[in-house]
Design a protein around this ligand. Sequence first.
Ligand code: GCV
Length: 615
Amino acid sequence: MTTTTKRLSWLPFLTEDIPAEYTSSAQIARFELNQAMNKLAADKKVELNVLPVQSDDYTIEQQGDTLCITAGEPGILYGAYALMMNLAAGRPLPEGSQQPRYALRMLNCWDNADGSIERGYSGRSLFFEGGKFDYDPKRMRQLGRLLASVGLNVMCINNVNVRYPADQLIESWLPELAELAAIYRPFGVKLMVSIDYSAPMRHGIPTADPLDEQVQAWWKQQAAKVYEAVPDLAGFLVKADSEHRPGPFTYGRNHAEGANMLARALKPFGGKLVWRCFVYNCQQDWRDRKTDRPMAAYEHYAYLDGQFEDNVILQVKNGPFDFQVREPVSPLLFAMPKTDLAIEFQLAQEYTGQQIDIFTMAPMWKEVYDDMGADKVMSIAAVTNFGRDENYTGHPFAAANLFGYGLFAWNPELPPEAIVRMWVCLTYAMDQLSQDALVDLLMGSRRTYEKYTAPLGLGWMVSPNHHYGPSPSGYEYQAWGTYHKASRDAVGIDRTASGTGYLMQYPERFQQLYGTPESCPDVLKLFFHRLRYDYVMADGRTLIQRIYDDHFEGLEETRAMAETLKALPLPEADKAEALERMERQLVNAREWCDIINNFFYGYSGVEDAHGRKIY
Ligand code: GCV
């Protein structure tokens, strides 16, 4: 299978394919600089000073008309891309030694062996088709180039829900895995694989109990085989005891016992065991008011702090639910000072418009980062948003999230607008006013989406299963623990000490901030509090009026976005794609506005203060 890629969103100045024979980052850096420098700064020469170390760090110094990059591998490549991208964007070059904030900057692909992608919105898998590996090596190198250009260094290639035959990745598919790893190695990208916790049971062992000696021996032996084939595999990623996946709970073991068993098998080879904390009861009775799903991760893990092997990384979703348009930061991120943690985001827009609606994430990541304060989280992961579509991300603007994630993972202190502006600047050669207009559109897109979808921190009003479009009661009487409890008088859940007690999982400063409806920011009010529709907000509006207003505003803002988009001088293909998706976004925004407002109007019976028609 071969495909061609015409345009690489933020690297339009790199048009030549990277030759297959390059095996080091320095070779690729030279190749890229050779083809780009003439276009970017013909009056400057670049010298590479390659140090004999493995390191991400790099320094760029200017001496006369020579730019000197000093770094080991793969840092030399990061330095080369930083130099080219800053020159292309007309930005000053980074000064002093550059180091990433997070050591592991991971992507999690949810690709299945049959070629489908769980929550994928950009076509089929780039790696698999028809129950086997099937990829275009040229395209793999293009992707390697994209990832290295923004400093991403680990890619888990298969879905955390491991289904046959993807379990063969660490068994009969090892030679193919090794070939793929060799393609990504010079880009500084190490592969990782998701594994099935119950794998030993398909080899005549009657259990997957982590304390069983046969099970331990099987994993040790398997890890040895895996590392013989791919000596620098980043490690294993595991979803256990979550949404019907197998795990240690079946055997009465906790998740430290479960993770440590695998970690010990990987340790002799320097592998990491990344263990997801997305564990909750997905068989809840909606009448059960004691169980509160956001509390689950903390309850399962916080008490285990300090009990994990030193090569275990616990991967925690950014919020306590599941990638909703807005959630408070997960309290688990503050509760495990003696354990290595990774924060997990989702670039795939499962709940945030599915790469039809525009939803730029940089502002959201920065909010989460700021909330975390001086944290000790050392790794970062994100579910990818790319697939086999020619432009990788379906919506051309969704590339801003992939690009932005890399920049954020390297330096989360960067202002979100600087990230977004850099992407716009590199991707589209436009006049300043048009660039400003696109930056504003992207920067406002998350807030707009939030306004026409999820009121004030509630979330979960999406259509069940596929998660696109409104269905306010769609999840209300289901087993997933995702309720808003709207009644004729009130909506929301009291999660303070007098309610479910969720708030008590947080450090004191959050308890103060979220503790009362008055102190709690509007955007999270209904996440933490149950409020009557006639509750008066700080600006004097009632809660119900605020719900109506937000939805009407969200729709109006989307219409304004459509007008801005029409006027932008984008390349023809991108413009046609963006406009076609905008048509669908407009329909979606209209539906959300009508259906959610109608839902609350039906319950409350309160008319809109401005007399707008509520359908
Ligand atoms: C990979 C959500 C998604 C699932 C996903 C799961 C997870 O529930 O809807 O598709 O499964 O998160 O993060 O494991």
